[in-house]
Each structure stands twice: as C-alpha cells, then as structure tokens.
Write a protein that binds this ligand. Structure first.
Ligand code: BES
Ligand code: MN
Ligand code: ZN
Length: 502
C-alpha cells in the first residue's frame, strides 16, 4: 500500500500528487519554491486570486498541463504553521484522501515534507497519512445488491520525503495504518445489524483475532457462567434465544503476568430494554449497544499488530437483551459473581449488570487496572452531547493516563463526578445490596457508580460512549454510522501505560 521514497523530483510519474499548503507557504517558499517556478509563478497567482486556499481543509485541484509528469496536484490547506498539530494534519489528510478516492485514482503520491511544520514532525506526519487514509476511506459495505461495475480503489500511495528518515517514516506509516484499520474493524462490528452479529458471532470473531495474533482465547458458555455464579450477565440473557458468551482474550507482552491491564467492553448485540421496553423511536439503533466490545476488540487488534511490552486481558460480556416468557423482570433480585445481590428496578439498565460480572471476571484473571467502555446511558448524551465521551474513575493516576491517550487519539473525554452520596444511591435497595436503577437524576453517574461497586479497590476508569459510538454526520475521517470511538484511545493507553502503586 505505502512505499517510501527519498528523491522527489518533478519528473516522477504519478496520477496525482498530494501537497500540504501552509498559510505561510502560500508564497511557495522552501520545498515548494521549485514547484511554483516550474509553473512560472502561476501557483502564486492562483493563491492571490483565491482559487487556491491554504485555509484548513480547503482542497484545490490543479492540472499540470504537461509541465510535469504527474498529471494532477491535490493541494490541501493546513492553516497557520504555528497552530498546526497532529489532529489538524490528520483531518486535512482525511479530506484530501476523500477527494482522491472520489476522483477514482488508483495510485497517488504525497509530498510528506509539505505536512511538516508547527507541532508536527516527519514521523507524526507519516502516522497521520496512513491513519487518515484508513479512516477517511472507510465504508460499510452493507447489504445492497451490487452492480456489475468493477470498483476502482486507491491501491498505492508513494510517500516522498527528504526531511525525515526513510526507516522512521516507514515505521510510522505502519503504526498509523494499524490504528486506522483497527478503528475500521470496530466500526464494522458496530454497523453490523443484530441478526448478523450475535454473541456467538462476536465470540467467533474474537477467536479469529486470537488466532491471527496469538492471543490466549477463552469463551465461557452458559453452563460455565452458571458454575461461576455469573447471575448478572445470565439475568440479561434470560429472555433470549441466543446463548450468551463471556469472551476473554489475553495478551502477554511481559515475562511475568503482572501489572495486568483489564479492558472490559459492553457487548450487548441488541438492546430492546427487556420488559422495561424501549419506545419505538428509542429502540432503533440499538444494534450499536456493543460499541464498547468493538472498541476493546479494535484495541486488541492494534496490540496484536504492534505487540507492546504490556500485559492485557480483554473481557467482553455478550448477549442481546430480549423480551419473552423466560426474560428477567423488574423487581427480580439476582446475585452477581462477586456475591453482591442486585434488585432489578429496570431491565433496560442491563449494561451495568453484564459489566458487573465482566469486571469481576477480569479481576479473576489478574487485572490490576481496569478500564471499561460501554454505550451505557442516554444520560451521558444529555450531559455531554455526542462529541465527548463521559468518564468516571476511582483513581486519579489511572485517569491521567487514559486522558493523555484520549487527547492524543483525538477522542475527547470529560470526567463526571462520583461522590459518597452517589454511591449511597446505588446501595439504597431495601432488599438487596444494590439496585440497578436509582432514578433519572444523574443516571450516567449512577451507572458508573454501579460498576464501581464491582471494581472495588482496583484502579478503574469507566468510559460511557453512548453519545460517541455512532454519529449521524459524515466527517473528514469517516462516514455517518459507527465511529469506532475509543479503539485508538485504549490502544494508545496500553502502548504508553506506566504501572504505579496505588
Ligand atoms: N444501551 C442503552 C444506552 C444508550 C442509549 C446507548 C442511547 C446509546 C444510545 C442502555 O442500556 C440503557 O438503556 N440505558 C438506560 C438506563 C436507564 C434505564 C437507567 C438509559 O440511559 O435510558
Ligand atoms: Mn438498556
Ligand atoms: Zn444497553
């Protein structure tokens, strides 16, 4: 897919070349000076007349009219050099790759050095190129009958650089592509309808991932769950015709199984709400209720590709949440694997039940630090909107490391508070240790607090992606639909993780 070359000359033959344009280099100084000279200053004229813009994400296509071997130039605006960051680079690259794809080119060259500036060095630029390429050109194939026309796909990207080391650029391209591709895998899992991705399908997907990357795989069946006393996950599954799965993947990157990171992802393949059934408008889209599981599996894909020196256990509780004569009901009391009893006040607060047993099981597998990811509450959407993931934690140091990763991944998160009073509310059942739905007030916090009862003293961060797992707007880095959010944050968090004593 990517080839790195050092000798960019204007006699290289390509269908097109992508060039970044800073507001300062509108005058075509530095590495772009020769290019303008080749066009006898006409590029400068285009900028002056406003036909070529260096404003962020503005794409300008210029034919080369035989002046050079490459037929077209795709300029993309990068804004001001000073404020240029990895994220600005990635976004601009996403925009221009979309245009290149729309032009149905099969190969393209890119002048990497024109994307170096501000806070972006050669290796960041290379990472941005491959990640943006993967993210922006993602499509969910779907189920429409296909036309017979052969598809033309962008198959080769030649990256020219003089400023950066060839080997470094190659390595960064690999890393960026791994992040982008894994995000796309997560997107596809989320886009799959509930009838196409059951808990069994998800378990099979995880098994394949395990085979590809040599992870240890454990899939708990219903009987195993009964033996282990996973009454919370089993309760959610009780009304379903589909068997539940507790999916475990282990990656050992250190000599000893210590400092283990537990990644836990909500894997509800479809959430009807159960007897506390969702209204007809609220039920559509609930195929995405396994967005947390998808992010965890996506992160494991990156980890499998890049093999960091870390220990990770991924745990995914998976089932759908259905209505039937056998389904669990409001007022039921169930017992979780940890031994805590739970009064079910709302069968639609099922995610926290499934996660309760998954968190306990992650600890059982030696997790010393926990991060759970879940499409958990409508409340977080009301609180933070659809661009920001909500977080809750019992440990500042762990939270710092997660925030740092999310910032770099360009996936913003914001923390919600959790005080003693909040914990008291989830412990307020008259007949059981906990209740799963203490009411509407602050219910994103209530859901987090509930999971915290199972994390106990283990450092833990909870990420509520109900608002961010899907989007109804296409962007420069992907279409409407699943976003694959938190795949990159989790993977970066694992890559960079530094153990601490709490
Ligand atoms: N899966 C939903 C949360 C959700 C809502 C995700 C909208 C994506 C978009 C979750 O299981 C749920 O139903 N939560 C309830 C909790 C309530 C019953 C306490 C909610 O948020 O309304
Ligand atoms: Mn629900
Ligand atoms: Zn749900």
């Amino acid at each position: 897919m990517f080839t790195v070359k050092q000798e960019r000359t204007f006699s290289n033959q390509h269908e097109a070349m992508i060039i970044g344009l800073f507001e300062k280099s509108e005058k075509f100084e530095g590495s772009l000076k020769g290019l303008d000279e080749l066009f006898e200053g006409q590029l400068t004229e285009l900028v002056k007349s406003g036909d070529l813009s260096a404003k962020k994400n503005a794409v300008g296509k210029v034919h080369t009219f035989g002046k050079m071997e490459t037929k077209r130039l795709f300029f993309v605006g990068l804004g001001k050099d000073k404020s240029f960051t990895f994220e600005t680079a990635r976004e601009a690259l996403g925009k221009v790759f979309k245009e290149v794809t729309a032009a149905k080119l099969s190969e393209v060259a890119i002048d990497l050095d024109s994307f170096i500036g501000g806070h972006v060095e050669g290796m960041d630029a290379a990472h941005a190129v491959s990640e943006a390429f993967a993210l922006s050109t993602y499509e969910f194939e779907g189920y429409k009958q296909k036309s017979n026309e052969p598809e033309k796909k962008l198959e080769s990207i030649v990256v020219y650089t003089n400023a950066a080391e060839e080997e470094d650029v190659r390595a960064s391209l690999t890393v960026g592509y791994a992040y982008g591709k894994a995000t796309n895998s997560a997107r596809t899992l989320v886009n799959l309808p509930g009838n196409m991705l059951t808990a069994t399908d998800m378990a099979n997907y995880a098994k394949e991932l395990g085979e590809t990357y040599d992870f240890e795989v454990e899939i708990l069946e219903k009987e195993d769950m009964m033996k282990l006393g996973m009454g919370a996950l089993l309760a959610v599954n009780q009304g379903s015709a589909e068997p539940p799965k507790m999916i475990v993947l282990k990656y050992q990157g250190k000599d000893e199984w210590k400092d283990v990171l537990g990644l836990v992802g909500k894997g509800i393949t479809f959430d009807t709400g159960g007897y506390s059934i969702k209204p007809k408008d609220g039920i559509v889209g609930m195929k995405s209720d396994m967005g947390g599981a998808a992010a965890v599996l996506g992160a494991m894909e990156v980890i499998g590709e890049l093999r960091p020196e870390q220990n990770v256990v991924a745990v995914i509780p998976s089932t759908d949440n259905m209505v039937s004569g056998t389904a669990f009901k409001p007022d039921d009391v169930i017992t979780a694997m940890s031994g805590k009893t739970i009064e079910v006040l709302n069968t639609d607060a099922e995610g926290r039940l499934a996660l309760a047993d998954a968190v306990t099981y992650a600890k059982h597998h030696g997790a010393n630090y926990l991060v759970d990811v879940a499409t958990l509450t409508g409340g977080v959407i009301i609180a933070l909107g659809t661009d920001t993931t909500g977080a809750i934690t019992n440990n500042e140091a762990l939270f710092e490391q997660v925030v740092e990763a999310s910032y770099e991944a360009g996936e913003p998160i914001w923390r919600l508070p959790i005080f003693e009073k909040d914990k008291e509310r989830v412990r307020s059942s008259k007949i059981a240790d906990l209740n799963n739905s203490p009411g509407r007030e602050g219910h994103a916090i209530m859901a987090g607090a509930f999971i915290g009862e199972f994390a106990e003293d283990t450092p833990w961060v909870h990420l509520d992606i109900a608002g961010t797992a899907t989007t109804n707007k296409a962007s420069n880095l992907g279409p409407a639909g699943a976003t694959g959010v938190m795949t990159r944050t989790l993977a970066l968090f694992v890559e960079r993780f530094e153990p601490f004593r709490s």
